[in-house]
Design a protein around this ligand. Structure first.
Ligand code: NAD
Ligand code: MG
Length: 396
């Protein structure tokens, strides 16, 4: 992709491309970058369909280029950007090109397996990749981590739990880590009965008690599949075994995760639930910058609660642990069938409680197969989506 770049901009600024700029993580990233205009230059912004927001973001941060995933929106994007000098492009290949184009940082904030190729493109050219898109690691963790090793890329976890662990994990002595503890808010149905969850509406499911996030991750939080995906994400990001990953429900979302060491020490990272803190950590890494997140006032906190997760009501957690232990195609099946089922739930086609039943059914159908490349991952992912959609159509 051709771009008009002012060489002056690059003198001492760090350059950044945001994949998924119109989403919750993308907007929080731009909110921070706006405060540090003298330190960062935005190269490309990408989005799937919100062309108006994409264009206004690109103009506001004076990006070099904007890419819309849906090719039918190209003319509209071009029109909105005319006279600005900002390059317009469209299509999924153009998003991959944007990720591949030189920039110091790439914020990987596309939701779902759709982020696979662009994120891998950024990893393959050795960029510093701020990784929010957890589904990438769930589907292709082994491939991505081996690509990180060979390309010299740096993976910085944006997900608040993994960012917390990254901050307190002793990478010099991983053998001294007994376990990591991923905290979970428990979502909006932490205290609901199975019967109440049966009739939960999409609006209730996306109303997270502590965090404001995109619709898909909010539903994943309501089923606790989010924590399941995060167990798999953690396994790929840190030198630990599956049985060293524990999940603990902590409804206040103040302790973002913990690392327990062999001497009995437990180190944690705390903060208010605001994604601008982990995003700021990644953008400034290995330094730190000021983030506008509300400050934690410990004396105002009346209590911090903890409880083990209920894997009967939140069966997705159990399914994700099975996927983590099985490896191979199973995590791809878990993720793809979950993405399809979540979409069906948001469209009112199935109940919230059907999601884990559908995912379990698909995990029983697809068990074998060897994954050697990203195209193998995408092939399984596509096949599972087709079968899951058919299964949902016959489901009711
Ligand atoms: P979101 O739905 O708010 O935004 C998703 C972004 O991806 C949008 O910009 C959208 O245009 C783009 N996108 C969607 N489908 C696409 C496709 N097919 N091709 C290209 N681009 C596409 O999601 P979000 O809440 O910002 O989450 C993004 C990722 O970050 C997810 O993987 C999520 O699990 C992870 N994450 C989010 C949060 C949070 O607080 N929102 C926290 C931790 C991790
Ligand atoms: Mg998280």
């Amino acid at each position: 992709m051709k771009t008009k770049v002012n060489p002056e901009d690059y003198k001492c600024k760090k350059t950044i491309t945001i994949l998924g700029s119109t989403g919750s993580i993308g907007k929080n990233t731009l909110d921070l970058l706006e405060r540090y205009e003298s330190q960062y230059k935005v190269n490309f912004l990408t989005a799937q369909s919100n062309v108006k927001l994409l264009a206004s973001q690109a103009k506001k941060c004076r990006a070099s280029g904007a890419v819309i995933g849906d090719p039918s929106l190209y003319e509209e994007l071009k029109g909105l950007l005319s006279g600005t000098g900002i390059n317009a492009a469209a299509g999924s290949e153009a998003i991959v090109d944007a990720a591949r184009a030189p920039s110091d940082f790439v914020m990987a904030a596309i939701v779902g397996a759709a982020g696979l190729y662009p994120t891998m493109a950024a990893v393959s050219r050795g960029a510093v990749v701020c990784l929010a898109n957890k589904e990438c690691l769930v589907c292709a963790g082994d491939l991505m981590i081996s690509e990180v090793r060979s390309s010299g890329a740096t993976l910085l976890p944006v997900d608040s739990e993994h960012n917390a662990i990254f901050q307190v994990f002793d990478f010099e002595q991983p053998e001294c880590v007994e376990k990591i503890i991923l905290t979970a808010s428990g979502g909006p149905f932490r205290k609901s009965t199975e019967a109440e969850m049966e009739i939960a509406t999409p609006a209730q499911a996306v109303a997270h008690p502590n965090w404001t996030m995109g619709a898909k991750i909010s539903v994943d939080s309501a089923t606790m599949m989010n924590k399941g995906l995060e167990m798999i994400e953690a396994y790929h990001l840190f030198p630990i075994k599956p049985d060293q990953i524990e999940v603990l429900v902590h409804p206040q979302s103040v302790i973002h995760s913990l690392v327990a060491y062999v001497d009995g020490s437990v180190l944690a990272q705390l903060g208010t639930p605001d994604m601008r803190t982990p995003i700021a950590y990644c953008l400034a890494w290995p330094g730190r910058i000021n983030a506008p997140s509300p400050r934690l006032n410990l004396s105002e906190l009346s209590q911090l609660d903890f409880e083990p997760p209920d894997e009967m009501r939140f069966f997705s957690l159990k399914l994700a642990r099975n996927a983590l232990e099985s490896g191979g195609v199973v995590p791809i099946v878990l993720n793809a069938s979950n993405e399809v089922a979540v979409e069906a739930f948001l469209k009112g086609k199935i109940k919230l409680t059907d999601i884990s039943k559908i995912v379990e059914n698909q995990m029983n159908q697809f068990v074998g197969g060897v994954i050697n490349s990203l195209s193998d991952v995408v092939e399984v992912d596509n096949e599972v989506r087709i079968y899951t959609k058919e299964y949902i159509n016959k489901y009711n």
